[in-house]
Write a protein that binds this ligand. Sequence first.
Ligand SMILES: [Zn+2]
Length: 58
Amino acid sequence: MGTEKRRCMICGKEKEMTDAICDPCKAEIRGEAIDKHKQIKKDADREFRKEGVKPDKK
Ligand SMILES: [Zn+2]
């Protein structure tokens, strides 16, 4: 029990896995998610600077 042949919903390969996504795809998704998150944060920072958040707003 535990591992059974399933089709990965990402790469479509049949593998023995406990999840709907195989481990390599999971790792890839996690890495991509982190990269995207970093990119979003980068963009947000840039946007922040572009907007020119002034400390002496009041
Ligand atoms: Zn996969």
